[in-house]
Design a protein around this ligand. Structure first.
Ligand SMILES: Nc1nc2c(ncn2[C@@H]2O[C@H](COP(=O)(O)OP(=O)(O)O)[C@@H](O)[C@H]2O)c(=O)[nH]1
Ligand SMILES: [Mg+2]
Length: 262
């Protein structure tokens, strides 16, 4: 029975092959060559496009003053837990992983994110220059509760980042992340944005007053004659809220996945 079927199939295949052969022979050779030419050049074009399309970065730099909650956020993104009590702030935490909230989806198909948590400690800031040039996005974490006592320091740090050549030239998007919103005393993100803009405005005035030899910042910020606002930056600056402690990191994850496509 089975052999009979196989034989039938074989004959059918042979017939199909013969018909195809006849068909191809009937096509004028010029047309055939043209068709082959089109196929080959299309393949070629695809290869060239692939070659020139630079491998997009998957690095997200988490930074901000010490105590703002970067390390807790890092663990929350990686493990879905804050690892409270085991957290130290002297070493950069670094890892390449699929976000914890994504692990329930088809894991193999999701592109991992390389996340670097660069401590805000001034001694470690050179670390930032190492990671910024390859960043797909920067997350600047701000403590929304203890915000006012730190506004000056935070603005200085943010100013330095926003005037770095690597950030300006590559237009690396920055997310101002107001963290610890689980506390009722947390300031709103609009308040934080406005205060930071005001502080940066003051910094800008004092820094441009310095003699040009003293200016270490590579680019100037904002529009001359206008009060500073984040929308004047060459790179996109967005504001969002989070709580690393309670695992409320959806806006942060949205930012990450906008710039590191899954
Ligand atoms: N209430 C609250 N506390 C937080 C939150 N995230 C971090 N903290 C606390 O803030 C402190 C500093 O956190 P850490 O992640 O070490 O900050 P880092 O120095 O920026 O890495 C720790 O005591 C955390 O428990 C948060 O979302 N809400
Ligand atoms: Mg830390």
């Amino acid at each position: 029975m089975d052999e009979e079927k196989m034989e039938k199939l074989r004959i059918q295949l042979q017939q199909l092959l013969n018909e195809t052969q006849e068909f191809v022979q009937k096509i004028p050779p010029m047309q055939l060559y043209a068709a082959i030419g089109v196929v080959i050049s299309t393949i070629f074009l695809f290869l060239i496009i692939r070659l020139f399309k630079r491998k997009s970065s998957n690095t997200i730099v988490l930074t901000g003053l010490s105590g703002s909650g970067k390390t807790v956020l890092f663990y929350q993104l990686r493990d879905g837990s804050s690892h409270l009590g085991t957290v130290t702030s002297m070493e950069p935490n670094e890892g390449t992983f699929v976000l914890h909230s994504e692990t329930t989806k088809q894991k193999g198909k999701i592109k991992p994110v390389h996340i670097v948590d660069v401590p805000g400690h001034s001694r470690l800031r050179p670390k930032l220059d190492e990671f910024l040039p390859q960043a797909a996005g920067i997350v600047f974490v701000v403590d929304a509760v203890e915000f006012l006592p730190n506004v000056r320091a935070a603005s200085e740090y943010l100013y330095d980042i926003l005037t770095k050549a690597s950030v300006v030239k590559k237009k690396i998007p920055l997310l101002l992340l107001c963290n610890k919103v689980d506390k009722v005393t947390a300031h709103t993100k609009d308040f934080i944005r406005k205060q930071l803009e005001k502080e940066i405005e003051k910094l800008r005035a004092s820094r441009t007053a310095l003699s040009s030899a003293d200016i270490t910042n590579e680019y100037t910020l904002g529009v001359p004659g206008e009060a500073f606002a984040f929308h004047q930056c060459y790179n996109k600056v967005m504001v969002a809220e989070a709580s690393g402690l309670t695992g409320d990191t959806s806006q942060l994850e949205q930012f990450i996945r906008e710039y590191v496509k899954a």
